[in-house]
Design a protein around this ligand. Structure first.
Ligand code: SF4
Ligand code: SF4
Length: 414
């Protein structure tokens, strides 16, 4: 666990020149959860390959799978509604057949292994409730045992069956349970579930307790992180500290509190974080260890409740690095990202459909169509879901381009 938690707790990333014994770049704008169980150093090594002009040697470092774009919740600030509705009508095979799915995962892992990444990060999340995918336990076990993937599972957990909970406890590196609200009323309001049988805040808390017990049962306390994610909302003021304490007491390791990505009622101007709320959140960053948590992550800037991901022309990176290192598997379709309108633009954002054939990943990632798509992004993007990572990779690339000898360069985490 120490090693895993250390990765999440890394505060800064450093580029060091051994020859002149100098730090040539240091930043605290790192987001370890975007990469875990990898870390930013693994990606910086890939950027180094780019600078060396070894484009054809870049593996897929991470694949984020959207394999069940249907949900039992109807969250007030769901980002996925429009893209999943569009996908269900317009792209083939959005819920992959299990045998084909396994072949695709195997092919991705073999492709990346050949190019130097022996364990691809496999993120199962979003666009719906991943608990509802049939045979979820089988996919998790296959990804870990046959593909040596580092599996990350992100869900509300509302529809987890027992065999999937066991698979999560045995094979996954990180489970993150999302909380739409942090008490019964808030959870009910923001999850916006229809019908009589609802998954409630207390059910989510009981689920965390069960996962902590299963982790102990399968002796995974050193290599499975259990985390929680929730949003910053004015209506939660005064409740965050108790929530953090409750999680710590249960044995949850990590709490992530993030800005919302769609402003409530489209009122961006009104979304300034008020003083008391800010104070409360800062107390958590100081005292989380006393509460029993091992890691806490808040936005670097505690200003607005809403995270604006506008990609202004002046700061556009030269490439969309995330579409190269971390493409999305949407059903059986390999695509650049799922940002709002992007999923619906097949011509400019879909690499293509996978059929499970040997060598198809290599062909698809390097064919003229994919190269054309990559040459058009990010110039054609106004908002970017990977804005922070893409800008960071661009800066790393620029710093490395100015180095006399890349063999003198080391990357470090502090
Ligand atoms: S649980 Fe996720 S996918 Fe489902 S409605 Fe809520 S935000 Fe959307
Ligand atoms: S919005 Fe554009 S630049 Fe951002 S991840 Fe998607 S394709 Fe890449």
């Amino acid at each position: 666990m120490k090693k895993s938690i250390e990765l999440l707790n890394a505060k800064s990333f450093i580029i060091y020149d051994k020859k002149i014994k100098k730090i040539i770049f240091e930043t605290n704008k790192i987001y370890p959860q975007h990469f875990f169980p990898h870390n930013i150093i693994d990606y910086a090594e890939m950027v180094k390959k780019m600078v060396k002009n070894e484009k054809e040697k870049l593996p897929i470092m991470s694949i984020s799978s959207k394999d069940f774009p249907y949900c039992d919740f109807d969250c007030k600030d769901c980002l996925a509604k429009s893209s999943r509705d569009w996908a269900s009508k317009n792209i083939p095979c959005i819920v992959p057949n299990i045998q084909l799915y396994k072949k695709i995962l195997y092919n991705v892992s073999e492709y990346s292994k050949m190019l130097g990444c022996s364990s691809v990060r496999f993120e199962i999340c979003g666009e719906g409730n991943p608990d509802m995918f049939p045979n979820r336990d089988e996919i998790i076990q296959f990804a870990k045992e046959k593909c040596n993937m580092g599996v990350v599972y992100i869900s509300t957990g509302s529809k987890l069956d027992y065999k999937t909970k066991i698979a999560l406890s045995k094979y996954v590196s990180y489970i993150r349970i999302s909380f739409p609200g942090i008490d019964n009323l808030g959870y009910d309001y923001y999850s916006n579930q229809k019908g009589k049988k609802k998954f409630k805040y207390n059910d989510a808390i009981e689920l965390l307790k069960e996962l902590v017990l299963l982790r102990k049962k399968y002796n995974r306390e050193n290599n499975l992180i259990i985390g929680v994610r929730t949003c910053i909302r004015d209506s939660n003021e005064g409740k965050y500290i108790n929530f953090a304490k409750q999680l710590g007491k249960i044995g949850v390791d990590s709490l992530q509190i993030v800005k919302v990505l769609t402003p409530e009622k489209n009122k961006i101007k009104d979304n300034i974080i008020n003083k008391n709320l800010k104070k409360e959140l800062l107390i958590i960053t100081k005292k989380y260890k006393q509460y029993g948590l091992k890691h806490v992550q808040l936005p670097i800037k505690l200003d607005s409740v809403y995270e604006d991901r506008k990609l202004k022309n002046e700061i556009k990176p030269s490439k969309c690095y995330s579409s190269i290192f971390s493409p999305i598997l949407y059903g059986t379709n390999l695509i650049t990202c799922t940002h709002w309108d992007k999923i619906s633009d097949v011509k400019n954002f879909h690499y293509g459909e996978l059929k499970g054939n040997e060598d198809e990943i290599s062909k698809l990632m390097n064919c003229s169509r994919s190269l054309r798509i990559r040459s058009k992004i990010p110039s054609g993007c106004d908002d970017c879901c990977s804005i922070n990572d893409n800008l960071m990779f661009e800066i790393i690339k620029l710093k490395l381009s100015l180095c006399n000898d890349l063999n003198d360069i080391e990357f470090k985490l502090k």
